[in-house]
Ligand binder design. Structure first.
Ligand SMILES: NC(=O)c1ccc[n+]([C@@H]2O[C@H](COP(=O)([O-])OP(=O)(O)OC[C@H]3O[C@@H](n4cnc5c(N)ncnc54)[C@H](O)[C@@H]3O)[C@@H](O)[C@H]2O)c1
Length: 310
């Protein structure tokens, strides 16, 4: 295939991402992990599924980065996930070290790649990746909003007993607890959910969405969500590989948009061949603005922690 995507971290999210990329025949896939044998074994296992799944994607597993050279996209899932009782922020010291080390290596071998960051705490890891790569902000994107929106859409469809395909959700802000869902722009077949549900029900769904990651962690007990996160990272990758120019909520480094500077915040962006091709700005109400400010303050707090760690 003429496109190549490297997935770093062959754990739950990474391996599932590789599987979805392969089954959609979007690109050849290089899977990298530090654990000897794991990326090689998972890549071979996925290759052996190809005749049955009917695709000709080539997958390679490795413990080093040579095979990743010239990647169009690098999706980074390396790091440790949450355990019950842990917040995403508890992961910061370990995952910042891993992120810096990984980004230095992939950016040297794939200087034109778009980086899609998945490891948590997401917004802080984006800051590490931007700095360690030296890439322009257009090519360093964080995956969180697509997942938060997908969760919100799932709960809207469950509540109204309609197809998920009819749902659309609009989410701004940082990943998780401080995310800012915008119900007035969240729709079912074009109708705002504010016309279809009571405020109480909307608040309950918003709360469940913000808590969506923790809900899965508490059920699994030994790790965090990975099917929906992998699907979300692949939706971003697909829009870039096919130059679809989809508008998707992603964490991007803002330079004045929405009134924020030098901070990664989840906002709707256009994703095409060059990565982020524009931020879509909308007018927010006072209440929405206040929620976004709170979310930005939480990201700023993580950036301060990173500075102290450095
Ligand atoms: N952004 C999101 O919405 C979102 C959603 C789900 C998970 N996550 C995050 O994604 C990350 C991965 O989650 P997971 O469930 O796949 O975890 P996992 O433990 O299953 O996989 C992580 C993998 O990273 C590997 N790794 C560790 N250090 C490495 C290094 N230096 N180089 C290469 N590989 C390395 C590990 O060996 C492991 O295989 C976690 O930080 C998790 O919190 C983010």
């Amino acid at each position: 295939m003429d496109k190549k995507v490297t997935v770093v971290g062959a754990g739950n999210v990474g391996a599932t991402t590789a599987q979805r990329l392969a089954e959609k025949e979007l690109c050849d896939v290089v899977l990298v992990d530090i654990v000897e044998g794991v990326p090689q074994g998972k890549a071979l296992d996925l290759m052996e599924a190809a005749p049955v799944e009917k695709h000709d994607t080539k997958l390679v597993g490795a413990n080093t980065y040579e095979a990743s050279a010239g990647s169009d996209i690098v999706i980074i899932t390396a790091g440790i996930p949450r355990k019950p009782g842990m917040s995403r922020d508890d992961l910061i010291a370990t995952n910042a070290r891993i992120m810096r080390e990984v980004v230095k290596q992939v950016s040297a071998l794939s200087p034109q790649a778009v980086l899609i960051i998945v490891s948590n705490p997401l917004d802080a890891m984006c800051h590490v990746a931007l700095e360690a790569s030296g890439f322009p902000r257009e090519r360093v994107l964080g995956m969180a909003g697509v997942l938060d929106s997908a969760r919100f859409r799932t709960f809207i469809a469950m509540e109204l007993n309609v197809s998920v395909e009819n749902t659309h959700a609009f989410v701004l802000g940082g990943h998780g607890d401080t995310m800012v869902p915008l119900p007035r722009y969240s729709t079912v077949a074009g109708i705002p959910i504010t016309e279809l549900m009571s405020k109480d029900r909307i608040d309950a769904l918003v709360q469940r969405t913000a808590n969506g990651g923790a809900e899965i962690v508490s059920l699994l007990k030994t790790g965090s969500a990975y099917y929906a996160p992998a699907s979300s990272a692949v939706e971003m990758a697909e829009s870039i590989l096919k130059d679809k120019k989809k508008i998707l909520p992603c964490a991007v480094y803002l330079k004045g948009e929405y009134g924020f500077n030098d901070l990664f915040i989840g906002v709707p962006v256009k994703l095409g061949r060059c990565g982020m091709e524009g931020v879509i700005e909308i007018k927010l109400t006072e209440e929405e603005n206040a929620a976004l400010k709170k979310s930005a303050a939480a990201v700023q707090g993580l950036v301060e922690t990173l500075k102290k760690l450095a």
